[in-house]
Design a protein around this ligand. Structure first.
Ligand code: SF4
Length: 291
């Protein structure tokens, strides 16, 4: 029997844990869902920053404004050709917000939380000032950016796959996020993404930092955007725990366990794209896949 999906990822595992029924609609039934404006903004910022880091390898001062416009235009076109975009404002408003955060903001507030050291707060001239401090790891003769990670997990019939945003010199993987409210160190420590990506990169033989560090770059939206750099550390036992968690999720998927989870904080019309057909009750769809 062929597996119900061809791969697992950290976001897929997180999505299953948040609401198995939403996971089923998205991953198995593939019910189309328009991308939210916030997700579009986040993806476009992500794309622009990634392009900036790549361009900086051969150009000391890449034009981040041009890269931002290109990234947003590309993602708008791609999503409009797919399930559409749930606009709250419009494309121009998103363009302006991204420009403000990436290019126009001056004297940005930076909260830096190094692992195991006191936090530091200071101001940076612009966001590129911070990006220019990032040194990418060179691995296999190439800068480690947008690197495909792939891992075999015993007991799971499909591979674990994902893309790590970049890996910094010293073997520290990093991820960029755009959020509406600041992160806490505690929430970074609980994130599944570092645990899975460190496990996968370790299996792939990448020379990781001895303390298994992961760095989150968090761009906090708002009238006065700010930046957080949060380092988080994992123990070898945490990586084993993540693989066990993945096996538990896989067993549940194989046993057709796709119940709705109306108690999750994302079970809300603002956050669940399937609210219209589910409303926290599973709609007319039963776990086990009968629609
Ligand atoms: S409305 Fe709630 S229970 Fe239904 S799919 Fe969305 S998150 Fe899950």
């Amino acid at each position: 029997m062929s597996p119900i999906v061809q791969r697992l990822s950290y976001s897929s595992i997180s999505a299953y844990l948040a609401c198995p029924f939403k996971w089923y609609l998205s991953q198995v039934e593939r019910v189309p869902r328009p991308v939210s404006e916030a997700a579009l903004l986040g993806s476009a910022v992500h794309e622009a920053v990634g392009q900036y880091l790549i361009a900086r390898l051969s150009d000391p001062a890449p034009d981040l404004d041009r890269l931002w416009r290109a990234a947003l235009g590309k993602l708008v076109r791609r999503n409009e050709q797919a399930a559409g975009i749930a606009w709250v404002r419009d494309q121009d408003a998103v363009l302006v917000e991204g420009r403000q955060m990436l290019v126009m903001a001056r004297d940005l507030w930076l909260d830096h939380y190094p692992a195991g050291e006191p936090s530091r707060q200071h101001r940076i001239a612009t966001l590129p000032t911070l990006l220019d401090t990032i040194t990418l790891l060179i691995s296999g003769g190439k800068p480690a950016i947008e690197r495909l990670v792939r891992m075999a997990i015993p007991g799971i019939a499909v591979p674990f796959v994902g893309f790590v945003d970049w890996v910094e010199a010293g073997g520290i993987p990093a991820d960029l996020k755009t959020t509406s409210s600041p992160w806490s160190v505690e929430s970074a420590n609980l994130e599944l993404q570092p645990t899975f990506y460190l496990a996968a990169l370790q299996q792939m033989g990448l020379a990781l930092h001895a303390d298994l560090l992961f760095r989150h770059y968090v761009l906090v939206r708002g009238e006065t955007p700010k930046v957080q750099v949060i380092e988080t550390r994992r123990r070898p036992a945490d990586l084993e725990w993540a693989l066990d968690l993945a096996r538990g999720v896989w067993r549940a998927i194989e046993n057709d366990m796709f119940h709705p989870n109306p108690t999750h904080r994302w079970c809300d019309p603002r956050y669940c794209e399937y609210w219209g057909i589910c409303r926290g009750k599973g709609g007319g769809v039963q776990s086990g896949g009968e629609v």
